[in-house]
Ligand binder design. Structure first.
Ligand SMILES: Nc1ncnc2c1ncn2[C@@H]1O[C@H](COP(=O)(O)OP(=O)(O)OP(=O)(O)O)[C@@H](O)[C@H]1O
Ligand SMILES: [Zn+2]
Length: 674
């Protein structure tokens, strides 16, 4: 049971990253032979091969083995044309086929041996006796037996061919056929022969809509940086005229879903050049060397069609600093990376091939990638601010019929932290909801519900007892009242006790403006609000439940960050005690070393902050018990209240803003965002 209250709609793992590049369409042509039929053909050919070989060899050509005496008899009859002898062995050819052993009972003289099956052949083998047979040579000459210098060919050339080379020829033919078949299908995806192919996608050939800068909104700085790249591709002469060379590589850095791929596509669309796109992870397969081959192929294709753009998504997956990768994949990954470096060095810079790459972990990239002449330009794609979000919503609602009540600016204000891909998803979800509700247009309520669904998950039809609902209402009421009372708190936007996803109730607060620098007083106000749910339960019931788990987690994180990252503890001062977080993904990398004593002090300071905020929450709620009760009554009646309804139910004014309070000293140094 969790009540993750005070949720600001923020990115979470559930938000799908928007559209992904379409799968390679060339892979499965309908003409492809079903694999079962292929194997049947394979078996049939093998069978034919076997039968033919059997037939040819079953004939008279397999030599028979005859005793020396029989051999001499046949010579005497003039039935031997030629012999070849090496050591004690003789082989030779009869004029007329001989059957041995003879059908008449003349079985092998030396008894005891199994009587062999009589066979007929024009060729034979025999063994010379160890004693010297004087006159043997003369005897052969007299009977016109040719003494051959070369082995007598047993069997004919065709059977030799089939026996000796047949299987090999057959296997080669089969592979050639497979290869041709794969080649005909073009994609080679999955075929063992396609391994070294790049599998790059060509958006411009896939009939997908052409993307232009019109489709990109809210990330103007990044867009402006890329305008020059487009111009270069259109008029290379303008830049190379004075001996300068073009940018070779541009690295797009930003959080997931901020539109890096979209920007790259827009550059290609605007310049009207071929666009080869590939995710770095696709380069690397199990087999070492494949990645490098794919890189080579990709660059070759791009060069052949220059001017063109190569886009490598998630380059961090191969561009990780060499020697830093987990055991196993490293050498393949290194080779692939080296190949990319080699290819980029190979450009003269006048070929008109520009490599765009995207990552959200620029800090792990191999320094060699960032050297001049490679990805020497870095374009940061930030999460959109409020105006940016509004612009992105406008782009994605271009084809959506909106009701008159829709306020995209308001929606943009409620969605800090959402990326372009998230916003696209909200619009899509709202359109689906409206369609399900049989509306002709999409209304503001559809947008709000879509947002809630995306951030928290679908509504959960839980049957709750009255007592449970009341407790949840007090918990949420506690968060909401404190949001109204604590100076500097974000305005309370919406409160609901409708269970959703993991949450049994939610209080939404939203900042008035996007914040990039957070004053200490604001952070404390947030912690007080987070602890308000549990505090209300304590004030009203005097008991505790598990429902505050997520509140506690968030409050602890925030308090800890105040101490270890932002130097807001007087005892510890401005000492960095935690590593910087990845600004695009969040989360630190390992921990800084500090003494055990300091670690203990950190814990004490975190507890000090939490205890102080908890006490404040308790005292404010005791003081405003009447307003809390009024809010809970309204919540139990209507389940969801918006900002106006909350103010009406409690009779409280919105919380004063921080900068309206002369007592709060908010540091406003301009420092990078949190
Ligand atoms: N700034 C934006 N303007 C308009 N649409 C956007 C914007 N950012 C994202 N989108 C929408 O979201 C979709 C997904 O974004 P995109 O794939 O470009 O993000 P990304 O930054 O490449 O993400 P990732 O890092 O996950 O690969 C885009 O196709 C587009 O429809
Ligand atoms: Zn809560």
């Amino acid at each position: 049971m969790k009540w993750p209250s005070q949720q600001e709609p923020k990115r979470n793992g559930n938000v799908p990253g928007g559209t992904r590049p379409a799968p390679d369409k060339r892979g499965g042509s309908p003409a492809a032979m079903p694999p079962r039929r292929m194997w049947l053909i394979f078996l049939a050919v093998l069978l034919v091969n076997y039968v033919v070989a059997r037939y040819l060899s079953g004939g008279a050509d397999e030599p028979i083995t005859v005793p020396y005496t029989v051999f001499k008899e046949e010579v005497a009859k003039g039935n031997v044309t030629a012999i070849y002898s090496q050591g004690e062995g003789i082989e030779g050819r009869f004029v007329q086929a001989v059957t041995w052993p003879r059908a008449t009972t003349e079985a092998p003289a030396k008894s005891g041996a199994q009587p062999a099956q009589p066979r007929t052949s024009t060729t034979f083998e025999s063994t010379l006796p160890v004693f010297v047979d004087p006159g043997f040579e003369q005897f052969l000459i007299d009977h016109k037996v040719e003494i051959s210098a070369q082995p007598i060919q047993t069997g004919n050339w065709l059977s030799t061919l089939i026996f000796g080379f047949g299987p090999a020829i057959f296997i080669i033919a089969f592979y050639v056929w497979l290869y041709r078949r794969a080649a005909k299908q073009g994609g080679m995806g999955g075929s063992m022969f396609g391994l070294g192919k790049s599998k790059a996608r060509r958006y411009d050939l896939e009939g997908g809509e052409k993307v232009t800068f019109e489709d990109v909104a809210g990330i103007d700085e990044a867009e402006n940086e890329l305008v020059e790249v487009v111009d270069f591709l259109k008029n290379p002469a303008k830049y190379t005229r004075l001996g300068g060379s073009a940018p070779k590589g541009v690295l797009l850095v930003g959080a997931p879903g901020t539109g890096k791929t979209l920007l790259a596509k827009a550059v290609a669309g605007e310049a009207g050049v071929p666009f080869f796109s590939m995710s770095a992870a696709e380069f690397v397969e199990m087999i070492v060397g494949v990645g490098a081959a794919r890189v080579r192929d990709l660059f070759k294709q791009a060069r052949e069609q220059a001017p063109s753009i190569i886009f490598i998504d998630e380059i961090d997956s191969i561009g990780r600093a060499r020697g830093q990768v987990a055991l196993g994949g490293s050498s393949e990954q290194e080779q692939t990376l080296n190949q990319i470096l080699t290819e980029m060095d190979g450009f003269s810079g006048r070929e008109g091939v520009i490599v765009l790459a995207a990552t959200n972990q620029p800090d792990v990239l191999d320094k060699a990638l960032l050297r001049p002449g490679r990805f020497d330009r870095r374009v940061v794609v930030n999460l959109p601010d409020k105006n940016g979000r509004e612009a992105i919503l406008k782009v994605h609602t271009r084809k959506v019929p909106l009701s008159a009540d829709v306020d995209l600016a308001d929606l943009a204000a409620t969605t800090p932290g959402l990326s372009g891909a998230d916003l696209k998803n909200v619009v899509n979800e709202a359109a689906l909801l409206a369609a399900r509700r049989d509306q002709e247009t999409v209304g503001q309520k559809d947008f709000n519900d879509a947002l809630e669904k995306i951030v928290l998950g679908p509504e959960r039809p839980l049957i709750l007892s009255h007592a449970d609902r009341e407790r949840i209402a007090y918990h949420e009421g506690g968060h909401a009242i404190l949001g109204l009372l604590v100076p500097g708190a974000d305005p309370v936007h919406r409160v609901t006790i409708v269970p959703r996803g993991q949450a049994l109730g939610v209080t939404y607060q939203r900042p008035q403006t996007d914040r990039y620098n957070y004053p200490e007083a604001y952070l404390l106000a947030r912690i007080v609000g987070m602890l308000g749910g549990r505090a209300a339960e304590e004030v009203v019931y005097g008991t505790r439940t598990t429902g505050a788990e997520s509140d506690i987690e968030q409050a602890t994180n925030l308090a800890r960050n105040m101490v270890v990252r932002w130097g807001m503890s007087d005892k510890l001062g401005m000492v960095q005690l935690a590593p910087r977080q990845n600004p695009y993904l969040g989360g630190g990398q390992g921990s800084l070393a500090c003494s055990e004593e300091t670690a203990r002090l950190v814990d004490a300071e975190v507890q000090h902050i939490i205890h102080g905020c908890h006490d404040k929450a308790l005292s404010l709620l005791r003081e405003h018990r009447a307003q809390l009760d009024a809010l809970v009554r309204a919540l139990l009646e209507r389940e969801t209240l918006d900002e106006k309804e909350i103010l009406a139910a409690t009779g409280l004014p919105p919380a004063p803003k921080l900068d309206e309070l002369p007592t709060v000293a908010a540091s406003t140094d301009s420092v990078p965002p949190l």
